[in-house]
Write a protein that binds this ligand. Structure first.
Ligand SMILES: NC(=O)c1ccc[n+]([C@@H]2O[C@H](COP(=O)([O-])OP(=O)(O)OC[C@H]3O[C@@H](n4cnc5c(N)ncnc54)[C@H](OP(=O)(O)O)[C@@H]3O)[C@@H](O)[C@H]2O)c1
Length: 244
C-alpha cells in the first residue's frame, strides 16, 4: 500500500503507522511539526520501514491539504490509502468557557477534517480508487453531557463518511470510519480511564484489519459496538439524568 497519514506522530496514528511500516507498506507522515515528523519517520525506518516520507501539513491550515497530499504522492510514487487520525480534544467545561478554543476544535475536527477528506477523495478517485480512513468517535453516536461540542464534531464527521461510502464505493472509494471508545493516549492523559479503555496498539491492529477489508465502520475496542448499541437505545429522559 501507499499510505499518506495525517496524525502519525502520536497515539493511535503512531501505532497504525508502525504497523504499515513493519509490514512493508510505503508511508508518508503528514504533520504540523517538522522535527516531530522526522523523529517519527526515523522510528518507522528503525522498525523496518523501507519507504518512509514526511510532509508538513497542519489541520488548522486547509490551504495546505491539497499540496501536502500531492507532495506525499510524489514521494511515494502514487497514493492508494489516506488516513487521518489527527484531531483535537478538550473537556466540555473548558469549551463552554473558551469560545475561541471551541471554534478551533469545531474547525479542526469537522470542517477541516472534511476538507482534508475531500482533497483525498478527489485524488484517490482520480487514481482509480483507494481507501480513505478517518477517525471519528463513539462520542458522535448520541448527544452526551460530557462531550456536547466534541461529540457534535464527531457526529458530523461520521455522517459525512457514511454519505461518502454510499456515494462513491461503487466508483472504487472505500471509506473506513473508525469509532474509538476511550483509548489511552496523550489525548486522554489525565482523564480517568473507564472500564473497557483500549490501548493504541490493539486499536491500530483492529483498524488495519478494517482498512484491509474495506469495512465501512469499525468500533475499537470492539466491545464499544455493544456499549453504543445500548446507549443508542436509551430514551432521552434517561440520557438527561445520567452523567454518561
Ligand atoms: N483517545 C481516545 O480515547 C479517542 C476516542 C475517540 C476518538 N478519538 C479520536 O481518534 C483520533 C486519534 O486520537 P489519539 O488519542 O490517538 O490522539 P493523540 O494521541 O492526541 O494524537 C493526535 C495526533 O493528531 C495530531 N494533530 C493534532 N492537531 C493537529 C494539527 N493541527 N495539525 C496536524 N496534526 C495535528 C497530533 O500531532 P502532534 O504530534 O503535532 O501533536 C497527533 O499526531 C482523534 O481524531 C480523536 O479525536 C480518540
Amino acid at each position: 500500500m501507499k499510505v499518506a497519514l495525517l496524525g502519525g506522530t502520536r497515539g493511535m496514528g503512531r501505532s497504525l503507522a508502525r504497523l504499515f511500516a513493519e509490514r512493508g507498506d510505503a508511508v508518508c507522515l503528514l504533520g504540523r511539526d517538522p522535527a516531530e515528523l522526522e523523529r517519527s519517520a526515523e522510528d518507522l525506518r528503525a522498525r523496518g520501514g523501507k519507504q518512509v516520507g514526511t510532509v508538513p501539513c497542519d489541520l488548522l491550515k486547509p490551504e495546505g491539504f491539497g499540496p501536502a497530499l500531492d507532495a506525499a504522492s510524489g514521494q511515494l510514487g502514487g497514493l492508494n490509502t489516506v488516513v487521518i487520525t489527527a484531531g483535537m480534544f478538550a473537556g466540555q467545561e473548558e469549551l463552554e468557557n473558551d469560545g475561541a478554543l471551541a471554534e478551533r476544535l469545531l474547525r479542526a475536527n469537522f470542517t477541516n477534517t472534511v476538507v482534508f477528506c475531500e482533497e483525498a477523495r478527489r485524488r484517490l478517485l482520480a487514481g482509480g480508487g483507494g481507501t480513505l480512513c478517518a477517525f471519528s468517535s463513539v462520542a458522535g453516536e448520541r448527544g452526551r453531557k460530557p462531550v456536547v461540542i466534541y461529540g457534535a464534531t464527531k457526529a458530523g464527521l461520521s455522517a459525512y463518511l457514511e454519505g461518502l461510502d454510499h456515494k462513491f464505493r461503487a466508483a472504487g472509494l472505500r471509506t473506513v470510519c473508525v469509532k474509538p471508545g476511550f483509548v489511552k493516549t496523550g489525548m486522554t492523559a489525565g482523564l480517568k480511564p473507564p472500564p473497557f479503555a483500549g490501548e493504541p496498539d490493539a486499536v491500530a491492529r483492529r483498524v488495519l484489519g478494517a482498512i484491509d477489508r474495506g469495512k465501512p465502520v469499525v468500533y475499537a475496542p470492539g466491545i464499544w459496538a455493544l456499549i453504543m448499541l445500548v446507549i443508542r437505545s436509551l430514551p432521552r429522559t434517561v440520557m438527561r439524568k445520567i452523567g454518561f
